[in-house]
Write a protein of this length. Sequence first.
Length: 257
Amino acid sequence: MSDRRVAARGRAGRRRAGAKGGARGARTPAPASRKPLHVECYERIKHEIITLHFRPGEYLNEAQVSELLGIGRTPVHQALNRLMLEGMVEVIPRKGVIVKAVSLNEILDIIDVRAINETYCARLAAARASESDAAELDRILAESEKAAAAPDTVRQMLLDRDFHSLLSRIAGNVVLGEIMRSLHERSLRFWFISLRDPVHHARVKNEHRAIVDAIKAHDPDAAERAVRNHIESSRTNIMAHILGSGPGQQSPAELAA
């Protein structure tokens, strides 16, 4: 990450902070339930990686990231260690921390594991969903349509994550939920890429609706089929983007090694 880039981001952040402070520079009180600094730092760095502001192959200097976020170096160090355990950054000996590229093989492995676990998750969700669960799924779908109309790709990505996380919670299996959360978190970068394609997003909307309809009907077989179709559709779209098989699609260098 270049010094010029960090300086520019730092100036922009200070300008935003100044504007929020008002004419007298009054400080805004911190929320009573503010997250610990290392958690806030982890979430902010992760967001930068997922949305490709920190790009694959980019070196992350702790001091520069600390200045950019306005957070001390200890929370930054803790956040980078956690992201290393999650496979989003890696330490290169004698060079430092680098944003890890996502290989095509890793993407396909994640999709294969999702196909096994998420279809079972859908069967459990269909059997156990309550009316309030179904209403929450409907709410997420409605919010996703608003985000698509905006368009707001970041919001779409986060709502997509919320949709799949909710399916895991409805399934009611804690261990399965932990597995799904890990798979979804590792999928976020290529979700962000694929959801920028309006054609694919329209398919996702229809696929999510089919999943919700099956869960509302308490039909495990239909829920499994709908989720499997959704995952295979995702595989096809990701392959197209990674391999650059169409105009306007993401360069392979932007996401994969």
